[in-house]
Design a protein around this ligand. Structure first.
Ligand SMILES: Cc1ncc(COP(=O)(O)O)c(C=O)c1O
Length: 383
């Protein structure tokens, strides 16, 4: 149901809202079937298109049934079992030995990042981002009363070490966000940039690796030992295909994790969430098996749309930015009319003309490619 803030109405004046939140719009990609947008093929919020297998569903149901028997009790406040499983997963994946005190988990990486802003941002401090990037970073800064400063990425949507260090020296941020692969561009940021920013700042550096499993690039986790103020956030929403469970996590120094405990709500991760995440982690091989399929469809999207004469930004994620469209809103609607929901990012500064789409199953991706082909042939794109 659309709300007043969704509609951007100004009739909230009578509420004693914080002045710095007045006039802001909440995060909100259209949800198919839920906000008046109906589409057979939903490729607009970078989800993994593969639902849990029947075996995993059965294991999840059994694990939740066991947890249900003690829901009268609060969950493990420190989520030690889950953090141990996450440490094992990340160590195996990156080759970096990690212990439980270096891992933190919360309800989606959004909550992890909010806790980071609560602990290290706040009034009188600023967070820095390199935009266009993930739109929640400035919203999380705003929600925690942290100032937001941003620098524009280069025309190819990359960030160089020199530009990043220059920005850090000018803004002196308490929190610097580096997103790699970056949403919504799909571009990666090299470890040389992370290294240089860590060396240049007195604040914390958050490398948001929500899409890391889809990339060939090495993880910033390999730099943790060198940089005590480096934080690497990850999520189970993408490669693990677990967006509905809301599980995000972070690897950092034990001191950073300790500090986050000051701002987390008591028992923030429900017993059900913990058990669901641990069950999914026990199926890591199966779940990450979808990553190769998703990458294949992502590569197919890039190849096919380029053949149509479109530009597709080089991507190491599960989505691609494509365009530029002379009338992106009309193209978005034309694709929706053909049953495919993509993301219109054209009102974002630096993204005029661009649409973003995530890889679907092979069938969904075929529907997308057919729809875009149709729209291009109808003359919507002038290359
Ligand atoms: C770059 C980036 N970071 C973090 C997130 C948040 O993911 P979640 O809260 O589902 O873990 C997203 C979601 O799309 C994202 O694109």
């Amino acid at each position: 149901m659309p709300t007043r803030t969704d509609r951007g109405e100004a009739d909230l004046a009578s509420l004693p809202l914080r002045e710095d939140l007045r006039g802001r719009t909440p995060y909100g990609a259209p949800q198919s079937g839920r906000a008046g947008v109906g589409a057979a093929v939903q490729l607009n919020v970078n989800e993994n298109p593969y639902p849990p297998s029947p075996e995993l569903v059965a294991d999840l149901a059994a694990a939740v049934a066991v947890a249900a028997g003690s829901l009268n009790r609060y969950p493990d406040r420190e989520a030690l079992g889950l953090r141990s499983d996450l440490a094992t997963y990340l160590s195996a994946r990156t080759g970096v030995p990690l212990d439980v005190p270096q891992l933190w988990a919360a309800n989606g990486s959004n909550e992890v990042l909010q806790q980071v802003c609560q602990a290290f941002g706040g009034p009188g401090r600023v967070a820095l981002g390199f935009e266009p990037s993930y739109s929640m970073h400035p919203l999380l800064a705003a929600g925690t009363n942290t100032g937001w400063v941003s620098e524009r990425r280069a025309v190819d949507f990359t960030v160089s070490a020199a530009a990043a260090v220059d920005a850090v020296e000018r803004h002196r941020p308490a929190v610097t966000f580096l997103t790699t692969p970056n949403n919504p561009t799909g571009t990666v940021t090299g470890l040389d940039v992370v290294d240089a920013v860590c060396a240049a700042t007195a604040g914390v550096v958050v490398v948001d690796e929500a899409y890391a499993e889809f990339a060939a690039a090495p993880s910033a986790i390999t730099l943790l030992e060198r940089h005590p103020r480096l934080l690497v956030s990850r999520t189970m929403s993408k490669a693990f295909a677990l967006a509905g469970a809301r599980v995000g996590y972070l690897a950092a120094s034990a001191d950073v994790v300790d500090v986050l405990r000051l701002v987390r709500l008591p028992y923030h991760l429900s017993a059900v969430t913990q058990v669901v995440a641990r069950t999914a982690l026990a199926h890591t091989a199966e779940l990450l098996g979808t990553v190769e399929q998703v990458k294949a469809q992502r590569n197919r999207i890039a190849t096919e749309l380029r053949t149509l004469g479109l530009t597709v930004v080089p991507t190491e994620s599960n989505f691609a930015l494509f365009g530029p469209w002379p009338d992106p809103a009309a193209t978005w609607q034309a694709l929706l009319d053909r049953g495919v929901l993509v993301r219109d990012l054209s009102s974002t500064p630096g993204l005029a003309g661009w649409l973003r789409v995530n890889a679907g199953t092979e069938t969904e991706t075929t529907r997308l490619i057919d729809a875009v082909t149709d729209v291009v042939r109808a003359g919507a794109f002038v290359g």
